[in-house]
Every structure is written in structure tokens, then in C-alpha cells.
Write a protein that binds this ligand. Structure first.
Ligand SMILES: [Zn+2]
Length: 93
């Protein structure tokens, strides 16, 4: 993963990182431009699930991305549950 300095836009280097939580790592980052020399702390977090884990950690919850095929299936199921009237196939007969 390439990081850019937020001040001068130059490439930056991760100097160290540590686990911040189950879903987040925290890194010390330094700008490669010696005239800038900005050094900062950055975080990288898991924010959306694209495909669910086959070995899920029960302590971890990462919401499903709306673009995920899994989310589309869940969305259509919610639409059916949210209907005010029964589907036509149940209304006949
Ligand atoms: Zn910089």
C-alpha cells in the first residue's frame, strides 16, 4: 500500500506499525521529501466485507459492502419481507 504525504503529496514510508484493535492497525509514517519531513500516525481498518470469512472470528463485526453479491441477496430478501401485500402467487387459489 502506497501512502502520500498529506502536506506535500510526496511518497511516504511506514516506519513502524502495531495492532490497534481486532480490525485496525496503527502506523508511524514519514514523508520521503526531506524538505518536508512530515511524520504522522495513520490507521488502516477493515470497514466493509466484500466476501465473508470462511473462518470468522466471533469478536469481529465488519459490515457487508452494499456492492457485495452477499448484500444484494440480503437486500432482495428484505424487500420481500417489507411488502404490504402478499405476492400474487399467494393471492390466487
Ligand atoms: Zn511531505
Amino acid at each position: 500500500m502506497r501512502l502520500k504525504c498529506p502536506h506535500c503529496g510526496s511518497d511516504a514510508t511506514i516506519r513502524s506499525s502495531r495492532t490497534f484493535s481486532e480490525i485496525t492497525r496503527e502506523a508511524s509514517v514519514q514523508c520521503n521529501n526531506i524538505e518536508c519531513a512530515h511524520t504522522w500516525v495513520a490507521q488502516i481498518s477493515a470497514v466493509r466485507t466484500i466476501a465473508p470469512s470462511m473462518t470468522p472470528n466471533p469478536k469481529v463485526y465488519i459490515p457487508v459492502s452494499p456492492r457485495s453479491p452477499v448484500a444484494n441477496k440480503a437486500g432482495s430478501a428484505q424487500l420481500e419481507l417489507g411488502m404490504d401485500h402478499p405476492p400474487p402467487r399467494l393471492a390466487t387459489g
